[in-house]
Design a protein around this ligand. Structure first.
Ligand code: B12
Ligand code: SF4
Length: 500
């Protein structure tokens, strides 16, 4: 009898899903939770564990899984490769890679991984596990599995593209049981708008727009929505299990479709959740009107994030392929403010062809229409995007480059260093997509002027919340060696300090 149970135990496959996280984050990785939940539902013989850690090596080796699955955005690719190499040297295991980077740039696939998963991962990962289980040598390189990339005798093989899951309501609710919600994620809160237990979720996959810089539709191809019933089930699960009081919708634009939003707002009100939970999420300005903002207000949305990118029409039209205008963006700010909803947005600089006048337009309009939580980023070419193709053509990027430097932040320290040393030190190791302006001091100082305005607006917004939350300050200081903080303040993460 004992040997029967031991044999059964031996047959369990240990699957470890890893995010070598770089950004200090209070939201667990959705992709990994989706994969874990799906595999748990369909393959009870698999033991699943998720690790999110910027130093995951010891934990991986100690756990000694049969299969390790890394999730990788471009900024994590080089670091993850180095971890995978050490894992291979230490234990016998199969290593899979999935996520946005390998989906956008399968040609950068490295031999340290056994296979790469391109695109949506739930079904592909299931088939990999079956292949592992059924093959005597646990071979997972299998031409019959769609959506794979791997090396076979030094030749890079890409199998047929994986078809998208059409009805995403079929997927189980991403289970947070695999991650330390209480100990790690829910305890990293800033008490913003009084929220102490904030988390996130997604109500759709993909975006129908085709902005030149964005990797969203590289990843998803087409857009699919969860039904209101599914969303309500997930919120209910989060309230019952984690007593959340804040919820961020990470969809590319959760305010659409309008009918779904209004239906959702009504269901939330019916349950009284608008009195308990502060909501926020992403919107697209061309889809915002008075009805939408009223629905947002009624369900207790306190802040909406947009991608305004630039207040120069020329730059905006270029990046967003004419899908939204500066006027629509300003109108969205005014409408949100009219209903007491805060606005946050990213602004992008170093766009090809951008002039000092374009930057001035952003500076002036932002001063005139201040928003609560703006951010500024340098333009980055992510694999698979149109900007990537442009940069490839100009010889600014390549599939074998060190993608660790594809970081968008302009560190605060740059503002001080620039005046001190008269140079833009943090840009030295970045891809600069507006090369003519790389050494134009006036252009660069205009960027810093916008950065300072943005820092000031954020300071005004966050000050009261930070003051209210000394525990948060303590935690940030405790984690001050974390890669995320280094990137925000100094422009270099722990993971990308060692250059090749
Ligand atoms: C939410 C989000 C965040 C959140 C992450 C929250 C969290 N913990 O998950 C935050 C705000 C922290 C964030 C940060 C950043 N993000 Co972000 N983010 C997103 C967003 C909006 C959704 C991602 C998501 O959850 N998707 C849903 C899940 C289900 O999909 P998924 O994770 O891709 O996983 C699926 C597949 O990829 C695959 N898969 C993924 N991993 C694996 C692993 C294995 C083993 C297998 C088999 C399959 C597999 O299967 C999964 C299920 O189908 C996307 C845009 C988008 N719409 O996709 C950008 C996006 C992923 N982010 C992006 C970027 C650039 C960043 C930052 C670098 C931004 C910065 N400030 O510099 C940081 C880097 C974070 C890091 N890796 O350290 C880019 C990535 C481009 C690229 N090529 O790398 C995207 C695509 C945005 C864009 N418009 O271009 N982000
Ligand atoms: S930038 Fe926003 S609107 Fe444009 S494609 Fe990406 S997610 Fe969609």
């Amino acid at each position: 009898m004992l040997s029967y149970f031991m044999n059964r135990k031996e047959k369990k496959i240990k699957l470890l899903l890893v995010n070598c996280e770089k950004v200090w984050n209070n939201i667990p990785h959705f992709g990994l939770m989706c994969l874990g939940s799906c595999i748990k539902e369909k393959y009870p013989f698999v033991d699943i564990k998720i690790i999110e850690d910027s130093k995951p090596l010891k934990k991986i080796i100690k756990y000694h899984p049969n299969i390790v699955g890394f999730t990788v955005d471009s900024v994590n690719y080089d670091f993850t490769k180095s971890i995978a190499k050490k894992v291979k040297q230490s234990i016998k295991t199969k290593i899979i890679i999935g996520g946005t980077h390998i989906t956008g740039c399968p040609d950068s696939f490295d031999k340290v991984f056994d296979v790469g998963v391109i695109g949506e991962g739930e079904i592909t990962l299931g088939e990999i596990i079956e292949a592992y289980k059924n093959d005597k040598k646990n071979n997972i390189k299998n031409s019959k599995i769609d959506g794979l990339v791997y090396f076979e005798k030094n030749k890079l093989i890409k199998t047929k593209p994986r078809k998208l899951i059409q009805n995403i309501d079929q997927l189980p609710i991403p289970s947070r049981e695999f991650v330390p919600m209480e100990k790690k994620y829910l305890s990293r809160q800033l008490n913003l708008y009084g929220m102490k237990r904030l988390t996130g979720m997604m109500t759709s996959r993909g975006c129908p727009y085709h902005c030149l810089h964005c990797a969203s539709n590289v990843q998803w191809g087409s857009v699919r929505f969860h039904s209101v019933e599914y969303i309500i089930k997930e919120i209910d699960y989060l309230i019952k299990n984690y007593d959340i009081d804040g919820l961020y919708f990470f969809d590319d634009f959760f305010t659409a479709p309008k009918a779904r939003l209004i239906h959702l707002a009504n269901e939330i009100k019916k349950r009284g959740w608008h009195k308990k939970i502060v909501f926020s999420g992403f919107g697209k300005a061309d889809l915002i009107d008075e009805d939408v903002v009223k629905a947002l207000k009624s369900m207790n949305v306190k802040r909406i994030s947009f991608g305004f990118e630039s207040f120069s029409s020329k730059m905006l039209n270029y990046l967003k392929a004419n899908s939204v205008s500066v006027e629509q963006n300003i109108k969205a700010i005014d409408l949100c403010h009219k209903y007491g909803i805060g606005v946050s947005s990213g602004f992008i600089v170093t766009i090809p062809g951008e002039t000092i006048e374009d930057l001035q337009a952003t500076y002036q309009l932002l001063k005139k229409h201040p928003i609560e939580n703006p951010n500024i980023y340098i333009l980055i070419a992510y694999p698979g995007t149109k900007i990537w193709d442009y940069a490839l053509e100009k010889g600014l990027v390549s599939k074998n480059m060190n993608v660790d430097n594809l970081f968008t932040e302009i560190p605060l320290k740059a503002c001080f260093e620039f005046w001190k040393k008269d140079r833009f030190y943090f840009l030295e190791d970045r891809v600069f997509l507006n090369p003519e302006k790389r050494h134009d001091q006036k252009y660069l100082s205009m960027i810093l002027k916008i950065k300072l305005l943005i820092t000031w607006l954020n300071f005004k917004f966050y000050f009261k919340y930070v003051l209210l939350n000394p525990i948060y300050i303590y935690k940030v200081l405790k984690e001050k060696k974390s890669p995320a903080l280094k990137i925000l303040f100094f422009g270099k993460g722990k993971n990308n300090q060692k250059k090749k």
